[in-house]
Structure formats: C-alpha cells, structure tokens
Design a protein around this ligand. Structure first.
Ligand code: NAI
Ligand code: MG
Length: 367
C-alpha cells in the first residue's frame, strides 16, 4: 500500500519538529510494510511571504488528495501586521473548514518519567491515558447571530449563539464511541443540560447513538463543570470524553496540564468518512504553536509532532502496532533521562531537537 502524506511545516519550530517526523517516516518506509509518499508545501507566514496568502489553492488541492496532512505550526511576530484575511492562522482555519474536520482528538497521556512535571500529584497522573473528543466546527464559536450591537440607551449588547443539529451531534458521538472501542470502552459525554437547550439535545442524541454501541461501550453523562472538577480530582476515571466546541476547548487545555508540557501534546482532526472508501480526511498537529522565542535554535521538543504522526499511523493508516512502538520508543527515551529544555528536570540529560529525534529513532530500531 502507498499512502500520500502532505507535510506542512509552517513557521518557527514547526520546521524543526517536522524535520524529525520526516526521519521517522523514512524509518517506516525502510521497514517496508507500507510506503509513505511525502510531499511538502508552505503554510502560514512562510506561504504568505512567498505567495501572499496563508495557504495556496495548489497546497489545498494536495491536502484534499492526501491520506493525511501533518502540520507543524504557524505564526510569529514577523507577521503580526499582515492583513487579517491572510494572517498565518488563516491557513489552518482554511484547512479545517475545507477538509470538514469536525472532530478534534486531544489525548492527555502522562509518561511515567514525566509524572513529576505534572501540575497534579504523581499518583493521580502516572499512567494517565485519556482522549478528549471535541466538536470543532459547530457550537458557540460559529453560531449566528454573533454580534455586538449598541442599544438605544447607549449600552452595548454582545451575542454569541450556541447551535447544534442532530446530525452534528450524532457524527461526533460516533467518533467517540468508535474510539472507545479501540481503547477502554468508556465514554463520558459532557454538557450542561441543566441550563442549556443544546445540552438537552446533546444528551438525547448521544444516548440514542449509543444504542448501537451498547453494551460493550459504556456511556455516562456528566455536567461539564463537574467534568472539569473530576479531571483535577481523579483524571484516571476517564477514558474518552466527548463534548462540544467550547467545553472541549477548556477541558482539553485543563487535561493537558495533567501531562506536563505543551511540547508533549499531539492532536488529530478528522472529517466525515468518505461515502465510497470510508476513509476520513485527517490533519495531525502538535498542540503547541511556533514558539518564536526558541525557533531556529534546535531547542524545540519534537515529541508532540512525532506523537501526532503516531496518531496518523493509528487513525489514518490502521498501523496501531507501529503507533504503539513509537509510543514505547518515546517512553523509553524519556525513561533514559533525555529531556529537551521545556521538560528539563534536575539530574536529567539535556538534549536538542535533533538529538531527541535520533534517540527516538534508535529506540525504534531496537524495538
Ligand atoms: P507557543 O505554543 O508557540 O509557545 C508557548 C511557550 O511554550 C513558549 O515559551 C515556547 O517556547 C514553549 N514551547 C511550545 N512548544 C514547544 C516545544 N515543542 N518545545 C519546547 N518549548 C515549546 O504559543 P505562543 O507563544 O502563544 O504563540 C507563538 C506563536 O504561535 C503565535 O504566533 C501564535 O499565534 C502561534 N500559535 C500557532 C498555533 C498553531 O499553529 N496551531 C497554536 C498556538 C499558537
Ligand atoms: Mg484552547
């Protein structure tokens, strides 16, 4: 099988961390089970500098045809003054919109070697492995009306509108239940049905969708505020959490802090399955940005981007075993004491981007 990968390094440390992914891709190509055909294109400030837009139509066309897109990061002070429509983030937003990426998967995994870097106590996070499934294209960030109007009294009134349809809720619920089947078979659905009509519908549709996944997959409903509290009190009670765009934004950042560093966090964004092939459009990216403060110095932690490629192996290429190997390689490099600056701890061995990448490759070869 040949898979088409589009690499979009973008700006700042995105370029450096994607370079490490390329080495991992080479490793799997040499292993010979499948072939990854990679193409690279510009996005963000880099695309703006060359073409005057944050992503070209030609690059979008490649993204549409690719089996997966691996994205680095975009932005930086250099582009702070560029017109809004072509600012670096516009590249990522267009990718999400045109590829229909409605499901955002944010794992929160705590590698045992990093448990002391968590904002929570070691015993609460050691071995933590949860997946937050956030609806990404609907809800209050997009609902109309969305406006600030000045009233006759001179006072201003701001409105955002939370909107969800049955089909939007059903498709994100399916993503969560499908994932749970490959993990711990437990889904928590978080909403605020006590105060929001969208919460009531969310609850109903998730319950109905669950019928075709029961009894092997368990479903629990949880109020989003309680979910926030439980994530700090006892995060290991969760397997998969499915929630809307706004709650998902907040809960996934909260869960992230249980794991230590921004430089460790991967993500995936998935579209609807193709009617014929069943394949989903997919984009994989680290949670962090372009880190202008350390860009170009070889200091960035490549693990978030490498782990994002690991998610591509798992969810786009059905290479779960290889994804497990990659996770093991990362865990053992950390256990051996290698640390980039962002995860540095006393007594550990400080390394740069390429050294971290090399160490992970070396572990992969041994496994
Ligand atoms: P950031 O994530 O780029 O950096 C925040 C802090 O974490 C910095 O001190 C940085 O050095 C550190 N950091 C982040 N990733 C790291 C890694 N892999 N290894 C070591 N240290 C790491 O967020 P910030 O500073 O708010 O934004 C910088 C630029 O990135 C802005 O232009 C922003 O718009 C853009 N950005 C882009 C995103 C994307 O492309 N998806 C997401 C977030 C921000
Ligand atoms: Mg956020």
């Amino acid at each position: 099988t040949t898979y088409n990968l589009l690499l979009l390094p973008g700006d700042g440390i995105g370029v450096e961390t994607i370079a490490e992914v390329e080495r991992i891709v080479d490793f799997f190509n040499k292993a010979g089970k499948v072939k990854f055909a990679t193409e690279t294109d510009l996005v963000g400030g880099a695309a703006y500098d060359k073409h005057g837009v944050a992503i070209t139509d030609a690059a979008m066309d490649k993204a549409q045809k690719a089996d997966a897109v691996i994205f680095g990061a975009v932005g930086g002070p250099k582009w702070d003054g560029v017109p809004y429509a072509v600012r670096p983030e516009a590249g990522l937003l267009r990718l999400r919109k045109d590829l229909g990426l409605f499901a955002n998967l944010r794992p929160a995994i705590c590698y045992p070697a990093l448990a002391d870097a968590s904002s929570l106590k070691r015993e609460l996070v050691e071995g933590l492995d949860i997946m937050i499934v956030r609806e990404l294209t609907g809800g209050v960030y997009f609902g109309e009306p969305k406006e600030i109007v000045t009233l006759e009294s001179g006072e201003k009134r701001a409105v955002d509108t939370q909107v969800y349809t049955t089909s939007e809720i059903e498709r994100i619920a399916k993503v969560a239940f499908d994932l749970a089947r490959r993990r711990g078979n437990k889904v928590h659905s978080a909403e605020k049905r006590n105060v929001m009509r969208t919460g009531v519908l969310w609850n109903e549709v998730v319950t109905a969708t669950h019928k075709s996944y029961a009894p092997d997959v368990k479903l629990e409903h949880i109020l989003a505020d309680n979910c926030a509290m439980q994530l700090v009190r006892n995060p290991k009670q969760f397997d998969v959490i499915v929630t809307d765009n706004l709650f998902g934004d907040v809960l996934s950042d909260e869960a992230a802090m249980a794991t230590g560093s921004l430089g460790m966090l991967p993500s995936a964004s998935l579209g609807a399955p193709d009617a014929k092939t069943g394949k989903r459009k997919a984009l994989y990216e680290p949670v962090h940005g372009s880190a202008p403060d350390i860009a170009g110095k070889g200091l960035a932690n490549p693990i978030a981007t490498i782990a994002s490629f690991g998610m591509a192996l798992r969810y786009s290429f059905d290479m779960g075993e290889e994804a497990d190997l990659l996770d093991k390689a990362i865990a053992s490099v950390l256990a051996a004491g290698l640390r980039t600056g962002d995860i540095m701890q006393p007594g550990m061995n400080k390394v740069g981007t390429a050294e971290m990448g090399s160490a992970i490759l070396e572990q992969l070869r041994k496994l």
